[in-house]
Design a protein around this ligand. Structure first.
Ligand code: GLU
Length: 468
């Protein structure tokens, strides 16, 4: 049997980190077993599903490299088929029309509450005939759920889970307006799409029992289930926005690389020994849903940052330049000039090990882009004392005559500090104010490299801006 997995998001919100991880696990599991990974958009809640959310889910998945096989299935387009199945259940005596009024249902809930039972329908129309139907009540169709015995799910992650059938009431499969319910649609679609493995968040575990009953009643093969524990925050609490429960675009905008985020998500709840950095090929060959942990994984920005820093360092200078240019365009700024591109490319090797995210890289890259007069940080401004400016004035004359290569610049400044000024004066005493004058900051890539890349004219003018 070739496995077929699926990701079935409801487009009532954007693609979140938990959904992305579910999609990744489904895709990897299918790839691992040589199967297919399908996408189904569960857009039946017309009021809450938006085209923007559908677009964001598709884009988010593409950006993260979570490609699916075949065309996506839109659940709303299949309502007719869902209705047909509801009526086939009715004809087979496995479902019935229920005319209970909203007041009756409210009363059932109140009684159940008073008796300390979970709320549920009491089955009062299970064996009545429509001839007893009250006037003016449009019926719903309810599934005649088996009440005897128990059922067992051998969940790939949760292990064997058992539920007594009497705990499951007769759920609605078709509403009074003729619209199918989630529980029915999921079962029909999973069957029609040939889904063999349903891997999803463990908030759906109780639904699995109801869905299993429907599969059985319809005489369809029951898929294998795997329910993944949800993601928690670093403090162990349920994931909130503060912890990282953000839409995938927010991670893109913060400057995470898709490969890094995918690698991080893979390690969230699953592992292969102590391996932190796992290539796509390794992931496909190692991944098994059965190895996903039973406890909630903790989302940790520090770890994500360090994985991202790794992928940034591995990226080519050209690729990073392209990403920076894209961010800049998205931010509404003009393209880099040729000179800026050249400077950035020359400086990239020293910039990239210093940062964790693309937004840090963009900030660090400002040293090559900033327009004069430079904005100086307070710390940089403090370094430019009257004494420091006098030192830089002396240095300027020597710099003007230099051949302007990073090694020559370094020996020139060292010579100036230790021999022209005083043997006790160390390089830093001159290099620090020089860095403050040329970069506007106390921290930068190696200053002589920056000076070489910026070129003589730009550096001397930046210096003059301080000296005058
Ligand atoms: N559409 C459901 C959700 O977004 C998932 C249904 C399923 O995976 O069976 O939570």
């Amino acid at each position: 049997m070739t496995p077929v997995t699926r990701f079935a998001p409801s487009p009532t919100g954007f693609l979140h980190i938990g959904g992305a991880r579910t999609a990744l696990f489904n895709r990897l599991y299918a790839q691992h077993l040589g199967g297919r990974f399908r996408l189904r958009i569960e857009d039946t809640d017309k009021a809450r599903s938006t085209p923007e959310a559908i677009h964001a889910i598709l884009e988010g998945m593409r950006w993260l490299g979570l490609y699916w096989d075949e065309e996506p299935v839109f659940q709303s387009a299949r309502a007719e088929r869902h209705r047909d199945i509801a009526f086939s259940l009715l004809e087979a005596g496995k479902a019935y029309r229920c005319y209970a009024t909203p007041e009756e249902l409210a009363e059932m809930r109140a009684t159940a509450k008073a008796e300390g039972r979970p709320p549920g329908y009491d089955g009062r129309w299970r064996s009545r005939t429509p001839s007893e139907a009250p006037e003016g009540v449009a019926p719903v169709i309810r599934f005649k759920a088996p009440h005897e015995g128990e059922q067992q799910i051998d969940d790939l992650i949760q292990g064997t889970v058992t539920v007594a059938n009497r705990q499951l009431d007769d759920m609605i499969v078709l509403r009074s307006d003729g619209s199918p319910t989630y529980m029915l649609s999921v079962v029909v679609d999973d069957h029609d799409m040939g889904i063999t493995h349903v891997i999803r968040g463990d908030d759906h575990l109780t639904n699995a029992f109801r869905q299993r009953q429907l599969f059985q009643a319809l005489g369809w093969e029951i898929p294998v289930f795997g329910h993944i524990p949800l993601i928690h925050g670093a403090d162990g609490a349920k994931l909130s926005k503060r912890h990282g429960a953000l839409a995938i675009e927010a991670y893109r905008d913060m400057g995470y690389l898709p490969d890094a985020l995918r690698n991080y998500l893979l390690r969230l709840g699953w592992g292969h020994g102590d391996e932190e950095i796992i290539s796509d090929a390794q992931a496909v060959s190692w991944f098994d849903v059965a190895d996903v942990g039973k406890n909630p994984a903790r989302f940790d920005f520090t770890k994500l940052n360090s994985v991202n820093a790794h992928y940034l360092r591995q990226s080519s200078d050209e690729a990073l330049l392209t990403l920076l240019a894209d961010r800049r365009r998205c931010g509404g700024k003009s393209n880099y000039s040729d000179e800026q591109r050249q400077r950035l490319l020359a400086g990239m090797a020293s910039l990239k090990p210093r940062v964790k995210r693309l937004d840090d890289l963009a900030e660090a890259a400002e040293v090559y882009l900033a327009e004069r007069p430079l904005k100086r940080t307070d710390e940089a401004a403090k370094l430019l004392t009257a004494e420091a400016l006098a030192t830089l004035t002396g240095l300027r004359a020597l710099l003007e005559a230099s051949g302007w290569d990073r090694h020559e610049l370094e020996s020139l400044v060292r010579h100036y500090a230790e021999e022209v000024m005083d043997p006790a004066v160390k390089l830093g005493k001159v290099a620090q104010p020089l860095r403050a004058a040329i970069t506007g900051s106390k921290v930068s890539p190696p200053i002589f490299e920056v000076m070489e890349i910026l070129g003589r004219e730009e550096c001397l003018t930046r210096l003059d801006d301080c000296l005058i």
